[in-house]
Design a protein around this ligand. Structure first.
Ligand SMILES: [Zn+2]
Length: 255
């Protein structure tokens, strides 16, 4: 029996394509001491940052999705277009994942602490509840936010894709390359891409988000897509892989 099992495993390994080993680095350390682990694959001058888990365990399906995307590109490295490096951060808020909360250990919201022009100390959470101190005592008060912001400013990614749940829509700036990348993602994935303020459209959030990573990135001139998965349960990996591949090929062909 055991011999049969060993033979079966050996046969399975023989037909599995060899998985590429990702390069990895530790960007920094969370407040509770967990590493912020970044994986890197592909080669070239254009970097694409893909992150999940900003809102901890309540949005754990985004971690599962980003890990799934990482596994996919490791098994299919030829799918990363030439000239592009994928920088993959599956768990942007490891403390929130471990503690079962949306926030950092300090109670500050990872997506309300960014120092764009709309930052506020008191802010609405993802459930539209207004909470004192949710944005932190000052912009970039949290080590995780500072670590990621420093990395972004040093690296200047060509695109950032940030996964959240649940809403079933996506955000992305209008105009220029950012618009082309968001449009490609929206078309291929089927997520709605509302344009608040245009044609009387209202923000699908239903509240005013402040201090978000997306607004800060826009003000830095870095194209960014924020996807709100439809539920907080499944990864929706097929449609997100389609969206990501479309955006990557758009980026690879951009002048
Ligand atoms: Zn979220």
């Amino acid at each position: 029996m055991r011999v049969v099992l060993v033979a079966a495993v050996a046969a399975l390994l023989a037909v599995q394509p060899a998985m590429a080993e990702p390069r990895s680095s530790i960007l920094g350390v969370s407040q509770a001491g967990s590493p912020l682990l970044l994986y890197e694959l592909g080669n070239g001058p254009r970097r694409v940052l893909i992150l999940g888990g900003q809102h901890g365990a309540p949005e754990a399906n985004t971690v599962e999705l980003v890990n799934g995307l990482l596994d996919y590109f490791l098994a299919n490295p030829q799918e990363v277009p030439p000239g592009i490096v994928l920088d993959v951060l599956p768990v942007a808020n490891p403390d929130g994942m471990a503690a079962g909360i949306r926030q950092f250990s300090s109670g500050v919201d990872p997506n309300r602490n960014w120092g764009g022009s709309d930052w506020r100390a008191d802010a609405f959470d993802s459930n539209a509840v207004f909470r004192v101190g949710l944005g932190g005592p000052e912009p970039f008060s949290e080590p995780e936010t500072r670590t990621l912001a420093d990395w972004i400013l040093g690296t200047r990614p060509a695109l950032v894709v940030n996964y959240h749940s649940a809403g079933g829509f996506m955000f992305g700036a209008r105009g220029g390359l950012a618009s082309d990348l968001s449009g490609a993602y929206a078309d291929a994935s089927g997520y709605s891409w509302p344009s608040p303020g245009v044609g009387g459209q209202r923000s699908p959030l239903g509240y005013q988000a402040s201090g978000s990573m997306n607004v800060w990135l826009r003000e830095q001139g870095i194209p960014a897509i924020l996807v709100e998965l439809s539920t907080s349960r499944s990864t929706e990996i097929e449609r997100n892989l389609a969206g990501l591949n479309a955006a990557l090929s758009q980026l690879a062909n951009a002048p």
